[in-house]
Design a protein. Structure first.
Length: 625
């Protein structure tokens, strides 16, 4: 009986708490904070808007939270437990809102996995430097942060006033009866109006947080309906979750890297006479989002790759006709590219050696100059997913001798990085006997196409396209893309010019293709992340250009390799096996190297299945229709 009375008393206490001034004040101010913060972090671009279901879903979430707080006992002994819980929630909510808004003001992005990773890698001195640089009165008085702080000040004022007049009670009987009914009706209306979208987003959150790898997280961000982390607390949870998944793959990759680092070249199976053979320099140029069918080199009507065409006519450039990417996502391509893992092998990509580390163990100097994968606070999940294992301090150290420290607006500036970081001073002969592998990772034709070519170098315009099936806006986008291809050609040509007098072989290929209002998708540009890959999607997004350029010195020293390059130009190839091609090209035929995956090796398996997204056979899709 005593226990039953206590249960009844507890339920009554909970009911009173749910409709008390404290609960309604909690709900009111947390709701106001969520709305204001959502508008404060809106990106500064035309058409930006808050989450469509913001008002309904936020109310639903806060109603659940208010109910959970009401479940907390009023007091434990004499300690006001329920008030303490509300106070903790207030501190967390306002802190996250301020941090989230601050990040948007200073770095152009809200709380993200990249930001959390950078915070985790920040030292005490760097933290002090950060605060002295970014936290100042100017930031505090920005409009965005000002609105969030205003909600906080009003809330503090409300609590002070309530404390001063805490003895005033709702002692009017009709008010006491009306408030619970009116509030319940109001809550019911809001829940009904937003129920469908709210439940849909919650299902998407469950799907998102069920991902097993950071790659799965990236794929999930491309699924429809897309999950909306519409409040700072969700964005923080996502950042922690994604970094946890990253740490799991990093641990496995580091274990493998540490094994390789401890082994001698002989133990790795690297030929002992490699140094005596004086291997040549290898230059790898990795482009971005290059549609093969928008390349003059491959028959496109616009003259947008004149330098590559000229190099082909000189006989030094050999273009390949049947090359495709395993994914249409940069990060997935890079994970396959930078390790010796290939599609269809056991385990995951992070269980295999990093090919650049093998090059270094073989005595090569490895230079990595990227215009994408450098850690930035505003990195999207795609850059974060693609670059986390490249930017890790330990893994970067074992892979690369030289790295650039910042990205650039234009790809051509990577050559300045090369001149500053790698090349000998002007006028000083390069007498180094150490062979090198130099990787240039370009921004290429990455969306937005309009900003991938300097305005003064624009060559193509909407008026030059006779495409009645496309709107004026679409024709402008096509012109922007072709201008990006034209600019990319000039950058690639400049890189070739830099090495054309050296003993070097240069390889170019992009990570994947891109739809540019092509067949089957006349009003679509970008990429389609469906697993239902049609022939058009396969050709436009997965099929890519690739070519070799052999300098005069290289051709003279390695006529057999040049012959193999020419012989293989029409063989089917998927770039997940690029590491094996490069190891073979360098003569690093170690234990991790597999000749059947090396396009230039006589043992190359031309019948190897080429799977897109590990699921769909490219040759079956393209050649069966």
């Amino acid at each position: 009986m005593v226990f039953g009375k206590r249960i009844i008393e507890y339920i009554k206490s909970m009911g009173k708490s749910l409709f008390s001034k404290d609960s309604l004040g909690f709900l009111m101010f947390m709701y106001a904070l969520g709305i204001v913060e959502s508008y404060a972090v809106l990106p500064n671009w035309k058409g930006a808007k808050v989450y469509d279901n913001l008002y309904y879903e936020l109310f639903f979430d806060l109603l659940i939270l208010t109910f959970l707080v009401a479940l907390v006992p009023q007091k434990i002994w004499k300690f006001p437990l329920r008030k303490a819980v509300r106070g903790i929630i207030y501190v967390i909510a306002y802190s996250l809102a301020i941090i989230d808004t601050f990040c948007m003001v200073q770095f152009g992005n809200t709380i993200s996995p990249s930001m959390l990773l950078l915070v985790g890698e920040t030292t005490g001195n760097e933290t002090a430097e950060f605060f002295s640089t970014y936290v100042n009165l100017e930031v505090l008085f920005t409009t965005e942060l000002g609105w969030v702080l205003l909600v906080l000040l009003v809330h503090v004022a409300y609590e002070l006033i309530k404390w001063k007049v805490k003895r005033v009670k709702w002692n009017v009987e009709w008010v006491n009866r009306l408030v619970p009914y009116a509030f319940s009706l109001f809550a019911l209306v809001l829940i009904i109006l937003g129920w469908n979208d709210t439940i849909t987003n919650k299902k998407c959150m469950v799907r998102h947080f069920s991902c097993k790898t950071v790659g799965d997280v990236e794929k999930d961000m491309n699924l429809r309906p897309m999950v909306m982390m519409y409040q700072p607390v969700y964005r923080l949870a996502d950042a922690f979750f994604t970094n946890h998944l990253v740490s799991l793959q990093l641990d496995r990759l580091k274990e493998e890297a540490e094994k390789v680092e401890k082994m001698t070249p002989e133990q790795l199976g690297i030929p002992s006479d490699l140094k005596e053979s004086k291997p040549s320099n290898i230059v790898l140029i990795i482009g971005e989002s290059f549609n093969k069918y928008h390349s003059q080199l491959y028959g496109y009507e616009k003259k947008n790759t004149p330098r590559q065409v000229k190099m082909e006519k000189s006989g030094r450039l050999v273009k390949y006709s049947d090359v495709m990417a395993p994914w249409n996502l940069t990060s997935f391509v890079f994970k396959h590219l930078m390790t010796t893992y290939t599609v269809g092998e056991e385990g995951d990509w992070c269980d295999y050696p990093l090919f650049c580390q093998l090059f270094r163990k073989a005595g090569f100097q490895v230079n990595f100059l990227t215009n994408q994968f450098l850690p930035h606070a505003k990195d999207a999940i795609y850059d974060f997913s693609g670059g986390f294992f490249i930017n890790d301090e330990m893994l970067s150290k074992v892979q690369f001798d030289v790295r650039n420290e910042e990205t650039h607006l234009w790809d051509e500036d990577l050559l300045k990085d090369y001149a500053r970081l790698v090349a000998p001073p002007e006028g000083v002969a390069d007498t180094a006997s150490v062979p090198s592998l130099t990787i240039f990772h370009l921004m290429g034709q990455h969306v937005n196409y309009r900003i991938r070519c300097p305005k003064q170098k624009m060559k193509f315009f909407a008026s030059g396209y006779d495409r009645p099936q496309n709107t004026l806006k679409e024709k402008k986008n096509i012109a922007y893309y072709d201008c990006a291809v034209w600019y990319n050609d000039s950058v690639v040509g400049a890189i070739v010019d830099r090495f054309k007098n050296d003993d070097a072989v240069i390889i170019y290929f992009p990570d994947h293709g891109d739809e540019v209002y092509g067949p089957g998708s006349l009003h679509h540009c970008g990429r389609n992340h469906t697993t239902n890959i049609t022939k058009d999607i396969a050709q436009q997004e997965y099929e890519i250009p690739m070519w070799f350029y052999c300098t005069a010195k290289y051709s003279k020293r390695h006529p057999d390799v040049v012959a193999a390059i020419r012989k293989a130009k029409n063989k089917p190839f998927m770039t997940d096996a690029m590491s094996h091609l490069l190891l073979g090209l360098a003569g690093i035929k170690c234990k991790a190297y597999r000749p059947e995956l090396d396009l230039l090796n006589p043992q190359y398996n031309e019948k190897r299945q080429r799977l897109m997204q590990h699921l769909v056979d490219y040759d079956e899709v393209v050649k069966s229709k």
